[in-house]
Every structure is written in C-alpha cells, then in structure tokens.
Design a protein around this ligand. Structure first.
Ligand code: AMP
Ligand code: ZN
Length: 452
C-alpha cells in the first residue's frame, strides 16, 4: 500500500521496519472538553489508516496519547475548582464513548501524559546534558533550535537560525514566531495545585515533549508511522522530531501523515473559533454515529471537507441503499463480478487511502448485487467493511437466515424475471411467495423480503 509521506512529500510504499507490524503513533485529544467532529475527522482518518494496514495483512501497534496536562486542562480544572485528574477523567470517559459511537477500532495503548512525567524528565535531562536544551532564569527549560541542524525538515522551511534567539513559552505558535520552545515550564501562580518536582524545580512538561517521550517508550526510538491533523505538523511534530532525534541520534519516524481540516463555512472547525459541533450535538439532533462516520471518511483525507447537514442527509440515504443491497447478499463463493469490485476497492485503498474511490467500488457492488437480485457477496461486503466500518450486517444476516430456502429460491427466480422485464412472471412469483407468508417489496435497488 502506498501513502503520502509529509516528510518526503512523495507517495511511498508502507512496509514495516520490523516483522509484519506497523508501529503507529497518533496524536490524541487534549482532554479539557468534549472532542468536536473536526477532531474526529483526524481520528476516523487514523482509524481508516489502521484498518487499511490490517486489510493488507499487516498488524498494527497503535499508541494514542491523552494530553491531560497543558495550558487548557489546567485553566479548565482551576476554573471549575476540581482536581486536574478528576477534571480530565470526565473528558477521557467521554472520548472513549465517542470512539465507540463512531466504530473506531481501539488503539493498543492510550498513555496519559500525567502518568509519564518521569520519562519526560529523563528525556529533557538528556537534552540538557548534551547542551541542546538550557534552563532559563525562571526555571523553565528550552530547546535551542539552532543546535539541531535538521530543524524545519518536516515543515520544509529553511529557518535562518541566526535570527532566532527568541523563546516561545506557548505550546502553539506560527512559523513566523519560530524560536526556542519550552520542554519544561516552571510553576506559575495560575497553575494552582498542578506541578511536579524536577531537577529544575517545580513545574510541568511542555506539550511537545509529552509525545516524544511516550511514543518512544511504547514504540521504540525509531518507528514506522506518525500522524495527526495538518495543524499538528508545525510546530508540534517538527518539535517532536527535534527532541527525539537530538536525544537519540537516530531517525525518529519514517513516515508522517496528516489529514486536512474539517471546515465550517470555509473556516477550520475549532473550539477557539466557536464554530464547532461535538459528536454529542449531532447525536442529540438524531444523527447516528454511523452516518457521521460516513460523512467524515467520505472525502480524501488530504482534501478539505466542509461540514454541512445536507451531507448527513446524503449519508443516510446512501447507507440505506447499502443496507438494502446487503440484505440481498448471501454466503458462499463470490461471483467474478463481485471479486472484480473488491480488486478495485483494494486498489483505491492502497492508493494513499482513496476512500471516495473505495466507496465507488462499493456502490458498483451494490448496483450489481441489486441487478442480480442478490448473490453470494456477503463476504465481499464484509471485506470492504473491514476498512470502511459503516455497514450494518445484523439486520441483513437475520433476514437472509430467517428466509426459508424455498423463499430464497423464488426470490432468485423473481430477480431474474425482473431483470428480463418479465413482469407477469415476476407478479406470479410474488404471489407464490405471499402464499408462503412473505411479502416482497421492490425499490430501485432491488427486492426486500420480510415475513408478513
Ligand atoms: P487537539 O485536541 O486540539 O490537540 O486535537 C486533536 C486532533 O484533532 C489533532 O490531531 C488535530 O490536528 C485534530 N484536529 C483539530 N481540529 C481539526 C479539524 N477542524 N479538522 C481535522 N482535524 C482536526
Ligand atoms: Zn502529539
């Protein structure tokens, strides 16, 4: 399978560094609020990625961090006058519930930043020993970007390091404000009860060091794949590379992948812009997790996606179409035409996760299945759904299992009659089926049969 590597800016074959396992680090949520569906665009993209890797016969070890200490979580906890741990627990729980609603496969490890402070301190100590990091007057520790020659290689900017003696205490900043960034932040009044002792005094880790420390702990110094939304590329991922590679002297990550933003009226969906919907908002309005997932995955991950309710309506109709077709599908050796659609599906998935192309193959299967009045294509649907995760099989399996063989045979005959526009024969068979106690309904997608 080929994927676009943000580091080299090329499509490259994804193959494991070790054995058959892809080691994947996905930047996770900052648990200070409910995640919005923009965040879930990133998490569904990563879910599709992981499923695609598995579809190709490899295994995945995925680590997704939970950022449970940073400026935003501290501000929230202190404003609510609750302990940081209790404050973030609410949103951790909510996050895991939301992942289930969206049928996102769980990662292997969800390390929380606050459980890994010693690892972060050890990494910072290493950088200080090497003279790449230094302590400032207030007891914070900064990474000196001019001491790491590779700085800027991910963001593809040739920084003129001579100009950048400036320091930036904030976790997030623009390329124009590049400067030495904080690895450890000295305790301040506004931190309240939050803080850990360190060789540099009381304080807390910067956001970027969290991910370098936790990814290397669980995946090794060099691993296969690291992802996030495009906003993570700079400075977060650039800084992760600098911290890790300066400390180990080795390549940190082979392949970097970033998804484009979910937008609303052309603007990035974000908490700060106030233009966001949480998953919960949409569920309350009556949309299902499956419909929301469908909308989020049904655009190429590197293309912008504008959120609109009309897309949810279209998703509902498309999923109903798929359901009706799956209801006609049966077990058994798949016919050649269905196998061809699976090949097209795989080719699309393996072309840098071309999910719109994969859906085109799925709908070609839907059309042909309907035209044949069914067929032994259940396994093909299942294999496609290994990647997409939107098909609901429960109902269809029950339906086709429930139907007696005699009815199934008649349905097959009727489908053939209809395909040959032999309406009299079609009506005759419908009556025969009715006499057995079953009702047949026709739609443009084929026939569905239920007990009367
Ligand atoms: P945060 O909780 O802000 O650290 O974001 C968690 C993940 O969601 C990161 O991978 C972000 O890049 C991603 N993200 C945030 N906003 C959006 C958006 N509007 N569209 C796509 N991904 C986003
Ligand atoms: Zn991260």
């Amino acid at each position: 399978m080929k994927v676009y590597n943000s580091l080299t800016r090329r499509n490259e074959e994804l193959s494991p560094l070790v054995g058959n396992e892809i080691r994947l680090y996905t930047c996770g949520p900052t648990v200070y609020n409910f995640a919005h569906i923009g965040n879930f665009r990133a998490y569904t993209f990563e879910d599709i990625l992981r499923r695609a890797i598995e579809f190709n016969g490899m295994t995945v070890k995925q680590v997704m961090n939970l950022t449970d200490v940073d400026d935003k979580t501290i501000r929230g906890a202190n404003a609510a006058k609750v302990a940081l741990r209790d404050y973030t627990q609410t949103y951790k729980d909510a996050f895991f519930e939301d992942l289930k609603k969206l049928n996102i496969e769980p990662a292997e490890v969800y390390p929380a930043a606050t459980d890994h402070i010693p690892e972060m301190i050890a990494l910072i100590e290493k950088l200080v020993e090497q003279g790449i990091a230094y302590k400032s007057d207030d007891g914070s520790v900064y990474f000196s970007v001019r001491k790491f020659p590779g700085y800027g290689k991910l963001a593809h900017i040739d920084f003129d390091h001579q100009q950048t003696g400036a320091r930036c205490a904030a976790d997030e900043y623009d390329k124009e404000n590049v400067g030495d960034f904080a690895l450890w932040k000295a305790w301040e009044e506004s931190d309240g009860p939050v803080g850990w002792d360190s060789p540099w005094g009381r304080g807390r880790p910067g956001w970027h060091i969290e991910c370098s420390a936790m990814s290397m702990k669980y995946l090794g110094q060099t691993f296969d794949l690291h992802t996030g939304g495009i906003d993570n590329l700079f400075p977060h991922h650039e800084n992760e590379i600098a911290q890790a590679e300066a400390a180990t002297g080795r390549e940190f990550v082979r392949t970097w992948m970033h998804c484009a933003h979910l937008r609303v009226n052309g603007e990035k969906m974000s908490k700060s812009a106030g233009n966001f919907f949480t998953l919960r908002d949409l569920l309350e309005k009556g949309w299902t997790g499956r419909e929301i997932r469908y909308v989020l995955i049904n655009a190429h991950y590197r293309s912008g996606l504008n959120f609109a309710f009309s897309a949810l309506e279209d998703a509902r109709k498309s999923l109903e179409r798929i359901d009706r077709s799956v209801a006609l599908a049966t077990e058994g050796e798949a016919p050649g035409w269905a196998k061809k659609h699976l090949e097209d599906f795989a080719a699309a998935v393996n072309d840098d996760l071309n999910i719109p192309g994969a859906f085109a193959a799925l709908f070609a299967l839907v059309r042909d299945t309907n035209a044949h009045g069914g067929g032994a294509v259940l396994d093909i649907f299942r294999r496609m759904d290994k990647v997409l995760g939107v098909i609901f099989f429960g109902q269809s399996e029950k339906k086709s299992e429930d139907l007696p063989d005699e009815v199934k045979k008649l349905l097959d005959e009727r489908a053939k009659a209809r395909a040959g526009k032999n309406w009299a024969e079609s009506d005759r068979i419908r009556n025969e089926i009715a006499a057995l106690g079953y009702a047949v309904k026709d739609s443009k997608d084929g026939q569905t049969c239920t007990r009367k």
